[in-house]
Design a protein around this ligand. Structure first.
Ligand SMILES: [Zn+2]
Length: 173
């Protein structure tokens, strides 16, 4: 007898995973930057209202904060156990083609926010949302650091203007 490797356990119907299933590239309508949607160092969200349940809703929260910047910027959305938005923070601000995304910077604010999960996003000022090899390596490294801390890195969006690419849906996470 041969069993399918990816079969759902105990005959339960396979539930779609909104982080992993779907198109990896998206676009946010009305993603022009505005002062009001720029994350502060730590901006408390409104628990119980915004649920970040996939790359599309993560993009709605994060793309306006980085999309049209002329320097690379990394931002994070911190989520509770039910993936409700606890708040957002700017992790780092870099140069035209690089920003630093170290575990210390990423997880310091996540721990302070008491987050169970987080989503990262950084922009490419060139407007090209294609992830670099470095983006993929950094993302895997951050996911491993998060595992040790009990904070799940759900996704990392690479943003070019209003367009974004989900590294979770690319299979990197
Ligand atoms: Zn990048």
């Amino acid at each position: 007898m041969s069993a399918a490797v990816n079969a759902a356990p105990s005959g339960a119907p396979a539930r779609p995973d909104t982080w992993r299933d779907g198109h990896p590239v998206g676009e946010v309508a009305d993603a022009a930057p505005c002062a009001a949607c720029t994350p502060a160092r730590f901006a408390p969200g409104d628990p119980g209202r915004v649920v970040v349940d996939g790359p599309e809703s993560a993009a709605d929260v994060l793309v306006p904060a980085v999309g049209f910047r002329d320097r690379e910027r990394c931002v994070a959305a911190f989520l509770d156990t039910k993936h409700r938005l606890l708040g957002t923070a700017t992790v780092s601000i870099g140069s035209i083609d690089h920003t630093f995304m170290g575990p210390r910077e990423v997880f310091r604010d996540a721990l302070l926010a008491n987050a169970s999960a987080l989503v990262l996003a950084h922009n490419h000022p060139s407007g090209d949302p294609e992830p670099s090899r470095d983006d993929e390596m950094v993302t895997r490294r951050l996911a491993r650091a998060g595992e040790m801390l009990g904070i799940d890195l759900l996704d990392h969006l690479v943003v070019g203007g209003a367009r974004w690419t989900s590294l979770a849906r690319r299979g990197v996470l």
